[in-house]
Design a protein around this ligand. Sequence first.
Ligand code: DQA
Length: 146
Amino acid sequence: NRIQVIHGVNLDQLGRRDPEHYGTLTFDELEYAIEGFATELDLQVTFFQTNHEGALVEHLHQLEGIADAIVINPGAWTHYAWAIRDALELTGLPAVEVHLSDVDAREDFRKVSVIRDICVATVKGLGPDGYREALSRCKTILEDAS
Ligand code: DQA
């Protein structure tokens, strides 16, 4: 099964962001760790990161048929980017929402997620291990569907 792992705005700056919320892993190290989780779970992963909302929207437009499921951490877009929600929905693919930090235990604006109700699961507050959990959820969902 092919899982597309999507990182939104500012996630490429991991390693420079507040380690209290995001840990000390750099973005490259995070993607390397995710590769490892995927290998353990016998999943194929591909990655996409952008800081441009329109680029993510257009990327989502052409994802059907390229991936079987999506793992997405939209960064701050999570909290207000309705266009990303609409584009994610039209992929028709099962998606798992991931956040490194526990977004529900921080500022109020982070408690809102515009994608949560269209995602099959949300994983938050587990740091990089959250991606293992998210991939494992994808695997279960795809196995149940086949
Ligand atoms: C984040 C949480 C968001 O609120 C924040 O804007 C991010 C990262 C997380 O992974 O914890 O950029 O999605």
